[in-house]
Design a protein around this ligand. Structure first.
Ligand code: NDP
Length: 238
């Protein structure tokens, strides 16, 4: 029996790289994205033809609990949940509309709650399961002009540690991967000068790749079961 993994935000970037790597490692997949239907379905189609595993695609807003609940009606069992979907917001806090604040907290933090709430009853019954929350080093350091995003990722780190304690007796491991700068669409708005400034602060002198982030996810999945409740930094030595 192949293991089954749900990866949120898998139409592009890090989620897509995780999907390809888990498929290559013989996982059946459930994949989500919010609006890029063509890209999501292309990922699923390519994975099915290249790796001969299942890859079901669901276009939905992960910050909508009803949509997440409805999707789980089609998912009888999960071994792995990767809460990857996320969105950044750049701007001064005092100029941020309250609606945007709620959206950033919902997409980056509440979405992990909604997916865990649906996945956990079966994982707890099986006494097995692994959850990885894709976080950011901003959740630990904070970032100017990204206060809501930093707060959401800090919340995700707390969520990870607390949930790991709650689920330890059920043999379910919960960890967060706190990424540094990864070269994806999320950073496509950075000017060349902004890139240079950030790269100067990274000892390895470059951004990480989505493939490297995916390899870390697989590394955590393959780690001994004693690894839980950790926020693991992956940031080129920042
Ligand atoms: P991208 O912007 O490249 O991709 C984001 C993915 O999330 C897309 O698949 C997008 O779907 C999906 N998504 C966004 N909002 C929702 C939603 N409400 N419901 C469902 N899916 C949604 O981002 P990255 O790949 O760079 O980021 C992945 C994760 O890594 C995020 O959690 C991010 O915060 C984190 N991270 C990234 C860093 C970086 O430097 N890139 C650094 C630190 C953390 P669609 O295509 O339909 O929009």
């Amino acid at each position: 029996m192949r293991k089954k993994a749900l990866i949120t935000g898998a139409s592009r970037g890090i989620g897509k790289a995780i999907a390809f790597l888990l498929a290559e490692n013989n996982y059946d997949l459930y994949l989500t994205a919010k609006s890029n239907q063509d890209m999501l379905f292309e990922v699923s189609k390519t994975i099915i033809s290249r790796f001969s595993v299942n890859a079901e695609a669901y276009l939905l807003d992960g910050a909508n609990p009803k949509a997440v609940h409805d999707m789980f009606g089609n998912i009888p069992h999960l071994d792995v949940l990767i809460n990857n979907a996320g969105q950044a917001y750049k701007g001064l806090l005092h100029e941020m509309p309250a609606s945007e604040w709620h959206r950033i907290i919902d997409v980056n933090l509440a979405s992990a709650f909604y997916a865990c709430k649906e996945a956990l009853p079966n994982m707890i019954a099986q006494k097995a399961g692994k959850i990885i929350n894709i976080s950011s080093f901003f959740g630990e350091t904070g970032a100017s002009c990204e206060v809501a995003y930093s707060a959401a990722k800090a919340g995700l780190n707390g969520f990870t540690k607390a949930l790991a304690k709650e689920l330890g007796p059920s043999n379910i491991q919960v960890n967060a991967l706190a990424l540094g700068l990864i070269d994806t669409d999320m950073n496509s708005d950075l000017s060349p000068d902004e890139w240079d400034n950030i790269l100067e602060s990274i000892p390895l002198g470059r951004a990480g790749t989505a493939k490297e982030a995916a390899e870390m996810v697989l590394y955590i999945l393959n780690a001994p079961a004693y690894l839980t409740g950790q926020v693991i930094r992956f940031d080129g030595g920042l």
